[in-house]
Design a protein around this ligand. Structure first.
Ligand code: PA5
Length: 473
């Protein structure tokens, strides 16, 4: 299975079908055209602000599709020839984008293949400090054959810095002084201890561009280096993102699919109480995109303060589900439970493979009708059945159709959602680019692990954790 021989075609664009979010389709649980139109002045103002901020360099993620990736591509090509394994040491935005690309664009059992497309390295993600999982990764990756990619924009995240110490130690024991050749670092160009280490130890490094936050970094070296090392065509990925940029720029606000996505999601949350946003790909490969979306939505919109300093405690809750698997787990709740959800279904028009069911047992009613049909047909029937059930039960839902799962279509998706979330920030009047709650967690880890300068915070946290013995059984 070689995805480069797939059906990449720049004319094939993602299709956004918003129909089932409307009053016509789901009655009082949907959104009227009037309501959408009532936001047009606000939408135009947000668009103008975003365009201005793009020009003044405040939204640098928007220009990532046009970045020069020559050095990165050359490094990855050499690394693919030299190493067998790639361990991604990073967390949050420093892992989720790369994981989503890997899941979508590599063979589902890439690591088990003897010969991997594009000579891609085996990929492992050390995105938790769970010692059992880390040990598991170290068990299966012979350090002599492994490249460790340490990624942290801040250069100080405890989880990543801790894992770096483990990796350095393993490498020093295994390969001695050449340990530095088994590490590549992606971090800020100036700030943070990891930058100092990269420079002073002479370790190859790549830069997270200024102003590109973790969850907006998939299209810079944070996501591109792992992708290129896995054998993914990152030129096509960026071309897809650039095509989406062009599409979003040329569309009027009411026709801009990224803006419309935000507008419907916002109105359903604010006006209709649909404060849970479920993304449900009908594709195992696209499940990582739902995980990536979850972080993008949660960290960008989940805010205590609005831009005027008011306490708002706002933000819809993003949830991921997998079609068809979760039809047998979640869909009961989705169809009959509270009217508090909006659904984004991801559909695939043409899977790269299909599996035909043998026409056997024609006389058995539970098998006969399946013979001669394909798994892609069954997937479509299940997806359409769920959409029908959701719509019939007045559950607002929409579908984004991928013509196929290719670097280009995935690039379109990522870029559209990054633009959409910044636009959503304007609708909610919050800053979608900061994450004070995440930073608070990082500080708590520093304090409780004894980092110097955090003694008061440690005392405050310990006091706050006292609890009450009365309730401990
Ligand atoms: O989106 C974000 O900013 C966060 O999720 C970060 O990516 C995450 O906390 C990791 O941060 P860093 O890359 O600085 O280690």
């Amino acid at each position: 299975m070689d995805r480069k021989n797939g059906y990449w075609d720049m004319k094939k664009e993602l299709i956004f079908d918003f129909s089932n979010l409307t009053v016509e389709m789901v009655g009082e649980h949907g959104i009227s055209d009037n309501l959408v139109n009532s936001l047009m002045d606000k939408a135009k103002a947000i668009d103008a602000d975003m365009q201005k901020r793009r020009k003044t360099g405040e939204l640098p993620f928007r220009d990532l599709p046009y970045a020069d990736i020559k050095a990165l591509t050359e490094y990855a090509e050499k690394a693919r020839g030299r190493f067998e394994n790639f361990v991604n040491v990073g967390i949050g935005g420093s892992a989720l984008g790369a994981q989503a690309l890997f899941m979508a664009l590599c063979h589902p059992f890439h690591n088990e293949l003897d010969s991997r497309p594009g000579n891609g390295m085996r990929m492992y993600f050390a995105d938790n400090v769970d010692p059992d999982r880390l040990t598991g990764i170290f068990d299966v990756c012979d350090p002599h054959k492994t490249l460790y990619n340490v990624i942290t924009k801040s250069g100080s995240t405890a989880e990543t810095m801790g894992a770096f110490l483990l990796v350095k130690n393993i490498l020093e024991k295994a390969v001695g002084s050449s340990w530095k050749n088994h590490i590549v670092i992606t971090t800020d160009k100036e700030k943070g201890d990891l930058r100092d280490i990269a420079d002073s130890e002479n370790i190859t490094s790549f830069v997270v561009p200024d102003g590109v936050g973790g969850r907006f970094s998939v299209l810079c070296p944070v996501g591109l280096l792992p992708a290129a090392c896995a054998g993914i065509d990152i030129t096509e990925l960026l071309a897809g993102a650039a095509a989406m940029d062009k599409r979003l720029r040329s569309a009027d606000v009411p026709d801009n699919p990224a803006y419309l996505y935000s507008i419907y999601q916002y109105l359903l949350d604010i006006k209709s109480g649909k404060n849970i946003s479920v993304m449900m790909p009908y594709s195992s490969g696209l499940y990582g995109l739902a995980d990536w979306f979850r972080q993008l939505w949660a960290e960008s919109l989940g805010k205590k303060h609005d831009l005027d300093g008011n306490i708002v405690n706002t933000g819809p809750t993003p949830v991921k589900a997998l079609g068809v698997t979760d039809q047998h787990s979640q869909v009961q709740l989705y169809v009959e439970g509270p009217y508090d959800k909006v659904f984004t279904i991801l559909a695939v028009d043409k899977f790269e493979n299909d599996c035909l069911m043998e026409p056997s047992y024609k006389d058995k009613s539970s098998l006969g009708y399946l013979g001669g049909r394909s798994m892609a047909e069954l997937m479509e029937a299940e997806r359409l059945g769920t959409i029908y059930a959701l719509t019939k039960n007045k559950r607002p839902n929409m579908t984004i159709t991928f013509p196929g799962i290719t670097p280009g279509t995935v690039g379109q998706f990522l870029y559209a959602f990054e633009v959409s979330i910044v636009f959503s920030g304007g609708l909610y009047n919050v800053n979608p680019l900061d994450q004070p709650g995440v930073e608070a967690g990082k500080i708590a880890a520093f304090a409780l692990m004894g980092r110097s300068g955090y003694e008061d915070k440690a005392a405050e946290i310990k006091d706050g954790l006292k609890g009450n013995d009365k309730y401990v059984k």
